[in-house]
Write a protein that binds this ligand. Structure first.
Ligand code: NAD
Length: 344
């Protein structure tokens, strides 16, 4: 029996807290714990956005530090202040990793190494929650990956995450650093950067632009609403066994073409906006997770895909200023979009 850990009264370091999942998680923790302190260490790459956290920036329980997880001196100043780490900071977009994998290796692998190594040296942590991904398993036509299956990543992104995942595991095995690893499936919800599939399609549809769908659109993803993911992370911190890996998926396996159609329906737009484009190289056909282990801890998704998509579409409709600022003002966004989709 694992002794339950508490978040109350603790100071937690969230890396990558200005990104999509990180900002949702910070909101979730501040809403649910009156006595908690969160330190958000984020480099503010193109994907980090302080607009995601405007409503909490003056909250005395919240502190933001702009910095790089690869900066050992900085990390060594922050870790002694905390009892736990939730490590989310990463380069995360598969398409960008195909164009240039360098930053993925430097942040996802080397950055994770710096955090693990400093945490080992300082030695006071109660937990180090490493957020990996279902993409580390690679693709699978039928059946489900369980936590003991071999990792077989296909994209440079997934390979960099697999490297970090096994390094975190090695720090548990070798040094007894209190690591827990989670492998979540595709998240969706508010504050997701509009280069990712669901927010790209919602915002393009709102702008009357085409929805560029890879290949035949038959690739299958298991969609996890970000709030359900936050609840799973909370539960794993409290009840997860140190040294273990937990898959987190919602059993919402849906082909991309169906998701695209549902988006157009929610927005009252024509399906003609959907345009099949040249496939992503090395595109995994299907991700599917066996999640019995986390379900045994007591977690189950609470938000159906229909409800989650409805809430997500509404959020993007109500926060046009948020996504237009990125799509129209970020030269990085425009450069990437042009480079990636123009010739497809
Ligand atoms: N989004 C998903 O569907 C999904 C699914 C499974 C796992 N994950 C994992 O969850 C984590 C968060 O994903 P996300 O979708 O929120 O990502 P995101 O791209 O929205 O945010 C990443 C954040 O990390 C920050 N960052 C990047 N490099 C950094 C560095 N060197 N130092 C400090 N901060 C840095 C960025 O500024 C950004 O705020 C990642 O580790 C990702 O691999 C995501």
């Amino acid at each position: 029996m694992v002794e339950e850990r508490s978040l109350t009264g603790k100071t937690i370091l969230v890396t990558g807290g200005a990104g999509f999942i990180g900002s949702n998680l910070i909101h979730y923790l501040l809403e649910n714990y009156s006595e908690i302190k969160i330190i958000n260490l984020d480099k503010l790459t193109y994907a980090g956005n302080l607009d995601n956290l405007r409503d909490v920036e003056t909250d005395p329980r919240y502190e933001f530090i702009q910095g790089d997880i690869r900066d050992r001196a900085l990390v060594a100043k922050v870790i002694p202040k905390v009892q736990g780490i939730i490590h989310l900071a990463a380069e995360t977009h598969v398409d960008r990793s195909i164009l240039d994998a360098g930053e993925f290796i430097l942040t996802d692998v080397f950055g994770t190494f710096v955090l693990l190594d400093v945490a080992r040296q300082i030695g006071q942590l109660e937990f180090f929650l490493h957020v990996s991904t279902d993409e580390v398993y690679g693709s699978r036509e039928t059946g489900y990956f369980s936590e003991d299956d071999a990792l077989n990543p296909s994209s440079p992104y997934a390979a960099s995450k697999a490297g970090a995942d096994r390094l975190a595991h090695a720090y548990w095995v070798t040094y007894r650093l209190p690591v827990i690893i989670v492998r979540p499936s595709n998240n969706y919800g508010p504050y997701q950067y509009p280069e990712k599939f669901i927010p790209l399609f919602i915002t393009n549809a709102l702008e009357g632009k085409t929805l560029p769908l890879y290949g035949t659109g038959e690739n299958v993803r298991d969609w996890l609403f970000v709030e359900d993911h936050c609840r799973a992370l909370e539960l794993v911190i409290k009840k997860g066994k140190i040294g273990e890996v937990y898959n987190i998926g919602a059993n919402n396996e849906i082909p991309n073409i169906k998701v695209a159609r549902q988006i157009t329906q929610h927005l009252g737009k024509s399906e003609d906006l959907i345009k099949l484009v040249k496939d992503r190289p090395g595109h995994d056909q299907r991700y599917a997770l066996d999640c019995q282990k986390i379900r045994r801890l007591g977690w189950a998704p609470q938000v159906s895909f229909e409800e989650g998509l409805q809430r997500t579409v509404e959020w993007y409709c109500q926060h046009e200023e948020w996504w237009r600022k990125i799509k129209e003002k970020s030269s990085d966004y425009r450069r990437f979009y042009k480079q990636y989709y123009q010739d497809r």
